[in-house]
Design a protein around this ligand. Structure first.
Ligand code: APR
Length: 228
């Protein structure tokens, strides 16, 4: 069975009502990224960081997968599909994708700030507050990979890319590393699909198919082509 690896970013969830980061009106226009999404920011102002992610979680709770997420599930009828997502929402899970690697964490989970292996699923009211602690007595934090932190799932993701027959990149500006480097691990003759209304610049790809569309339109187009 041929293998398709898909790298997704905030753009695939945009039509589900979740803001992207770097588009006009995106999250990093309203917030200082280093204040709310870095380990330094957490040390300096944990209240602000918790507020930012509590808001993200509230938005994600109301979101539903769109035609882009759903089309990726359809690929599983004929292919082995691995979804590597930079997104912290659960829309790929809700769409039914079977193999999902969350590179940057998951919004619906919290973890201990001293023991990275202590991870809990959040339940109603879905918020982390100052004073919510792990069994070792340390403050709970969002289960998110921040700037300045290692990306623990990167090696697993790289290994999947090394054996991809087809690679799809959907809705990411490809500016955040190491995630953006995954495209360099794809075998030389694999076909790469880029689906984004603003196609990000990539170099050195032999078989490149650009689809300058929103995810809800572009992913079904790519899936139809691939399934033929
Ligand atoms: N369909 C597809 N793509 C879209 C859509 C849409 N409807 N709307 C916007 N896009 C594209 C934009 O053109 C852009 O290329 O989605 C991309 C969003 O880019 P970013 O906002 O930079 O998001 P992303 O690439 O996921 O960011 C990577 O940065 O701060 C972090 O940790 C955060 O995981 C995130 C990482």
């Amino acid at each position: 069975m041929k293998k398709i690896v898909v790298l997704t970013g905030a753009g695939i969830s945009a039509e589900s009502g979740l803001k992207t980061f770097r588009d006009s009106g995106g999250l990093w226009e309203g917030y200082d990224v280093m204040q709310v999404a870095s380990i330094q920011g957490w040390r300096e102002n944990p209240e602000l960081v918790l507020k930012f992610y509590n808001e993200r979680r509230a938005a994600a709770l109301n979101a539903k997968p769109n035609a882009g997420h759903l089309a990726l599930k359809k690929l599983e009828e004929k292919f082995k599909v691995i979804v590597i997502t930079q997104n912290v929402d659960e829309l790929h899970e809700q769409a039914g994708s079977s193999n999902i690697i969350h590179l940057h964490g998951e919004i619906n989970k919290a973890r201990s700030s001293v023991d990275e292996n202590f991870i809990v699923e959040l339940k109603k009211p879905w918020q982390i507050k100052i004073g919510d602690k792990c069994p070792k007595g340390s403050q709970l934090r969002p289960h998110i990979v921040w700037f300045g932190e290692q990306v623990p799932m990167m090696e697993t993701a790289m290994n999947e890319c090394l054996t991809a027959d087809i690679f799809m990149v959907v809705g990411t500006s490809l500016v955040v590393y190491p995630a953006a480097s995954l495209i360099n691990y794809i075998p030389r003759f694999s076909t790469v699909y880029l689906i984004d209304p603003n196609i990000p610049p990539v170099e050195g790809i032999k078989n490149l198919r650009k689809i300058p569309e929103k995810a809800s339109v572009g992913v079904p187009i790519a899936v139809k082509e691939i399934m033929k």
